[in-house]
Design a protein around this ligand. Structure first.
Ligand SMILES: CC(C)(COP(=O)(O)OP(=O)(O)OC[C@H]1O[C@@H](n2cnc3c(N)ncnc32)[C@H](O)[C@@H]1OP(=O)(O)O)[C@@H](O)C(=O)NCCC(=O)NCCS
Length: 197
């Protein structure tokens, strides 16, 4: 169970105005299990593997041991509520490149700017402290919301993996998108916005 909300400001590893990102804790795993097991979310993300509680424990141990992954729980400051996960995977320092993900499990938290705030924290950390240059995402073509979301963060479409994903009984194109550190400039608040916005 999460700690009771005391009204005191929480300090995470990466800190935004309305939410913060901190390492995933065992108590957060029901949220990650929902992300893995929910049919609608699986359709949007291309996820295929079910996740049991023991599988979730093993997953947490594997991400902690994997230097190519940096994974966070997305926690709303209000009531200290975990609403999803965000992070980097396939970090390849030699190329200064990584893949990125943001998934909010709770539908009631979609469309309120939380994804944008979480993504900007990860992007700022990736291009700042980690000195990465390129972040990439792959999006199931039917996930129009996610494509718009990554575009609004400055990600550009760079290609299509035709039938790149098999999910819910059929093939889907997989839209490859990327963001370069040179595409962005920090704002006064340390958030990142595409040039010209
Ligand atoms: C995709 C996701 C991370 C976006 O986070 P969010 O908090 O819902 O998005 P935001 O409120 O920050 O909105 C960011 C942008 O996304 C787009 N967007 C948000 N809701 C949208 C909707 N219902 N329809 C189309 N575009 C939408 C808009 O461009 C919006 O920018 P704007 O507010 O300036 O118009 C979140 O909806 C989610 O986790 N969805 C399910 C899992 C998923 O698809 N993850 C991505 C896998 S690649």
């Amino acid at each position: 169970m999460p700690e009771p909300y005391t009204g005191e400001p929480r300090v995470g590893f990466l800190n935004g105005e309305r939410l913060y990102l901190r390492p995933v804790e065992p108590d957060d795993l029901p949220v990650m299990m929902r992300i893995a097991n929910d049919p609608e979310l699986r359709g949007l993300t291309g996820g295929v593997r079910p996740m049991s509680r023991s599988g979730a424990d093993a997953w947490l141990a594997s991400i902690e041991a994997d230097p190519a992954r940096l994974w966070f729980a997305v926690v709303l400051r209000e009531r200290d509520r975990v609403i999803g996960e965000a992070g980097l995977l396939r970090i390849f320092h030699e190329w200064r490149a990584a893949d990125m993900t943001v998934i909010l499990a709770d539908r009631s938290s979609w469309g309120k700017g939380y994804g944008t705030e979480a993504a900007n924290l990860v992007i700022e950390h990736a291009f700042g402290a980690l000195s990465l240059h390129r972040l990439a995402v792959g999006v199931v073509a039917a996930n129009a919301r996610a494509i718009r979301f990554w575009e609004s963060l400055g990600f550009q479409r760079e290609g299509i993996q035709r039938d790149g994903c098999f999910s819910a009984g059929r093939f889907h194109d997989f839209i490859m998108m990327s963001l370069l550190s040179t595409d962005h400039r920090p704002t006064r608040k340390g958030q990142l916005h595409p040039h010209g916005r």
